[in-house]
Design a protein around this ligand. Structure first.
Ligand code: SF4
Ligand code: MG
Length: 336
């Protein structure tokens, strides 16, 4: 089966006065029709740059896609012109960002902003567009849509603004919805409501979803597969089960330990991963995680780990998976 989106060996760099910042290196993943995947990693892991590359929203200069293919519905977006992208963005591909306030225009009513999208992409008349906008506001759980369309962004709460953004992203029934930290700015209860809404909409309109988050806990309910990124690279990818029940990369282990649990027993054991991400201006020669990894070996410092295929959908890049590597059980964990 052809994938809806197939990103193949994508590398994106920023060319600064200090030199080339390799924000994304050799990233490959895919999304199938009707499927939701999560891209997870700390800030600076390259997840936003990855999806911005997919949407061709990397400011050039200083940014540039230096290598790779981005096949969307069979077309390589890496080679598409800005004009072609403009007809894809907001139509075949919808986007939601962390802070809806920065993506909504504060001086235009919600109705004006929503109908603008429909007039531009689908040539609808004003009344047709208004009708569709109302329908979508209702679908995302905004009461009184007719009155709400006449209001300005500041008249909505944070959670309601994110609902508006979701409605806007879905207006043209996109094949793919890209959500970059859509719930990060919201409090926990609202966060859960927005995720529940996305889950509900995914089945209702059969759109594929890429959910970007730094919080592994957020993806489990919505996504079927997870891509774990670190230092601009994919370090592990697998089904939600693989990643939660059988993770193979030490960075994934660290991420899992930093997921807040609702059961009180493990609450106290929440541990952030010590250390900081690698400097992508001078990326390390070997494994990018070596400086923070409790299992780092000599080979890790000198050579990038190869990708090991653990099963059809589960892959990880770590020297521990090499047949000659010492067993993790043999390491004496340091106290703490
Ligand atoms: Fe740790 Fe080495 Fe694996 Fe990197 S390759 S995660 S340093 S064990
Ligand atoms: Mg980001």
């Amino acid at each position: 089966m052809k994938h809806l989106l197939e990103v193949d060996h994508l590398s994106t760099s920023f060319f600064t006065y200090a030199g080339e910042v390799k924000a994304v290196s050799d990233v490959s993943f895919y999304v199938d029709e009707g499927e939701a995947i999560g891209i997870v990693g700390e800030s600076g892991s390259g997840k936003s740059v990855t999806v911005q590359s997919v949407m061709k929203l990397i400011p050039n200069p200083p940014g540039k896609i230096v290598n790779g293919e981005i096949l969307f519905q069979g077309k390589d977006l890496a080679k598409a012109s800005e004009k072609e992208m403009q007809s894809i963005r907001g139509k075949a591909m919808g986007m939601i960002f962390q802070d809806p306030m920065t993506s909504l225009n504060p001086v235009l009513t919600i109705g004006m902003q929503m109908t603008e999208v429909l007039k531009r992409h689908e040539g609808l008349s004003n009344s047709e567009a208004m009708q569709r906008a109302e329908k979508y506001l209702e679908m995302v759980g905004i009461p009184n849509p007719t009155a709400r369309l006449k209001q300005y962004p500041h008249e909505f709460s944070g959670g309601m603004r994110q609902r508006v953004m979701i409605a806007m992203a879905l207006l043209c029934n996109p094949k793919l919805l890209i959500a970059d930290e859509p719930t990060t700015a919201l409090d926990v209860t609202i966060q859960a409501q927005i995720l529940e809404l996305m889950k509900d909409l995914k089945t209702k309109i059969n759109t594929s979803i890429i959910l970007i988050t730094h919080d592994l806990g957020v993806v489990a309910g919505l996504c079927t597969r997870i891509v774990v990124m670190y230092g601009g690279r994919v370090v592990e990818t697998g089904t939600v089960y693989d990643i939660f029940q059988n993770p193979k990369h030490p960075y994934t282990w660290g991420l899992l330990k930093s997921v807040p649990r609702l059961d009180s027993e493990s609450k106290s054991k929440l541990v952030p991963i010590p250390g900081t991400p690698p400097d992508l201006l001078n990326p390390p020669k070997g494994c990018g995680f070596a400086a923070r990894c409790p299992y780092a070996m000599n080979v890790c410092l000198n050579q990038k780990p190869e990708q090991t295929k653990l099963s059809e959908l589960h892959q990880a890049s770590c020297w521990l998976l090499h047949p000659d590597a010492p067993k993790v059980e043999d390491y004496k964990p340091s106290k703490g």
